[in-house]
Design a protein around this ligand. Sequence first.
Ligand SMILES: *Cc1c(COP(=O)(O)O)cnc(C)c1O
Length: 798
Amino acid sequence: MMTKDEFKQAFLDELDTHFSVAIDEATDYELFEALSAVVRHGYSENWRRTRTEDNRQQTKQVYYFSIEFLPGTLLRSNLLNLGWLDQAREALHDLKLDLDQVALAEPDLALGNGGLGRLASCFMDSLASEGYAANGNGIYYKYGLFKQKFVDGYQVEMPNDWTKSDSPWLVRRKGKAALVHFGGHYTMIEQDGWLTPEYEGDQVVLAVPYDIAVVGYHNHVTNTMRLWNAEIPSEDEIDYRTIQDRRTIEDLTSVLYPNDSTYDGRLLRLKQEYFFVSAGIQSILRYFVKNNGTNAWDQLPDEVAIHINDTHPAMCVAELMRLLVDDYRVDWERAWQITQQVMSYTNHTIMAEALEKWDVNMFRQLLPRLMDIITEIDRRYAESLQGRVDGQIIDRTRIISGNQVHMAHLAIIGSHSINGVAELHTQLLETTVLNDFYNLYPDRFNNKTNGITLRRWLQLANPQLSHLLDEQLGSQWRNDSAQLLKLTKAADDPKVLNQLAKIKLANKQKLAQLIKQQTGLEVDPQAIFDVQVKRLHAYKRQTLKLLHVLALYRDLKNGIDHPKRVVIFGAKAAPSYVYAKQVIKVINEVAKLINHDPAINDRLKVVFLENYGVTLAEQIIPAADLSEQISTTTKEASGTSNMKLMANGALTIATMDGANVEIAEAVGDDNIFIFGLNKDQVNQAYADHSYDPQQVYNQSPVVKSVVDMLIDGTIPACQAEGKALYDSFVQANEPFFVLADLESYLQAQARVETAWQDQEAWAKRSLINIAHVERFDADHTVQLYAQDIWHLTPLAQA
Ligand SMILES: *Cc1c(COP(=O)(O)O)cnc(C)c1O
């Protein structure tokens, strides 16, 4: 424990030691660095102890391999988890400083694109907080996710060279480096009766870990997130080196691929994947051997679980096999059994373009030995099924087919557990894309609906709401979100509902200030704050929201009134995703048109905030009244911003997609606005190609009048982009059913308006949403992973 005065002293000491400055001379970044130094002292002993205790108790550990992590900032979350947040706040207040202001000096750690990376970071926080020995394993990208600016309404990408500012949270551990080999040739030679590969002409890269402490909530557990950086091996490690070699090595971990669903950058991307997989698995085995020697491999599954988060780390299967067989001389069969017991895999999408496949020739050139290992895994897989199942099923499920390596198949065949990320998603995996595998291995499939850490998304993001919850429930909910259900007792208490509404209003006032500061726009905090924040993607249908905005604009121009509304977008588009960038341009032009039309007079405002990321999300989400979760049904595997918004009392307008289905189940039909085609209708339309958007357009005057606004000159300065959107909506078999769902969406928005008229009833719905968030708490989710998949028990808590 730390008192306010002790904290103050420690902070002043750090400021003095590091910068020799008085408070009033210090920059915000210096203040932040001094605070972070106090925090590091707060966890350093626990960090060391957690590592050594894992070791002493031989507790099983999970290693979570993910090509993306999106932690955001760490100062306040570390303070919260250490139990020092209030003391720090008060100590700074005494010194006439505002902690939240100082905290803004910390740049986001943006080593991910969106949902996938953020999920990994929520899990890291929850695993430590639930007391599990868990390790993140990822890549130290020199350039994180690009910074987004709008110039003339267009997205412009700026480099995000976050390593320049020397994050205080990272510890470089050169002593734990590993060598990773690419390319060249190998021949098998016999050594002591064992066939061993001898390499020639390969490129050797030094993988150096940068570790970040992951502080558990009030429990003395501090885990590690390890990010690998590619460096040039020193002369004694390797003796040849050209400038060209040096450059390609340094480029390896240079950029995060700014694309969260499809992939590109092919060869370099494949290199990145192998790089962090190989370095990670080598370090796991080195640690295991140090503790157990080289003769206890059967114990590996008792001590180690390796999780493959999406297909990018699927090579874990082959790399573990390679190391066991080649380096440690374990028999193939035994190595394979061990591998399957150790590995588990999460699938994050049913979209074909995101299920990675690599060209066999490219793969072989880059990773000749691994290609042969995979070929052997594939051969044995096919052989094991020969004569037992239909040959066509074998062909469809093989790892290598059509001269391509199917990474999802490798992950599935090599794992004992395959999970989807929401009930609907898992069901779709079982019945469609992975149906063959499901029929072969039904026991391996399970669902683990995503979750979010309420520490960041409620306690830190919404301190006032947290305070109200303390008053109503006691502070136990902070440790145990099941307590939140008790909030339903206050559902009819006008005093509580009133307080809830007041807190929402205060959060909206704060966001209004931020909007004013960033865009110059004045928005009315009394209006409905209607929020859609997520990556820009056709399937997420920011376009549907845009069409609703156009419908409102048309009505207001025609004297048809609506409640005041502020529509808030936050979204980055992948730089190479032309359509997504066209959507951004049109939204920005529509915003400009509406926001400056005197006839609208504040009835409607459209705000597109630049550079959506974790920190901006923390500012927007507590201020939302309405959460837009309007993806094409079957396309959004789970979604997690839907959960964050619900936890902050926003009501959801949604299709029955991803985890929206479970939100609807949790809160009940009266407390959510559902619209659109259901999964059977969507799948039927795909199957019989029966969707005809032209027909919808011609038969519905509502649809036609709104969609025509994109091409009739209503919106200045984006003719080409408006036309591109228009064409996309009416093309034959349009895959996202924008027009098909439009009328139903507009009707649901009309129900939102009706509900908004009764503010107390709205607050009641909001309260019921907050009360039912437990099943989306990542603490709960990781417990299920730990029990069902990884078989972990929490560390004994000190
Ligand atoms: C939660 C989160 C996401 C994921 O949002 P979805 O709506 O689930 O796609 C993406 N980006 C950031 C910064 C987030 O915090």
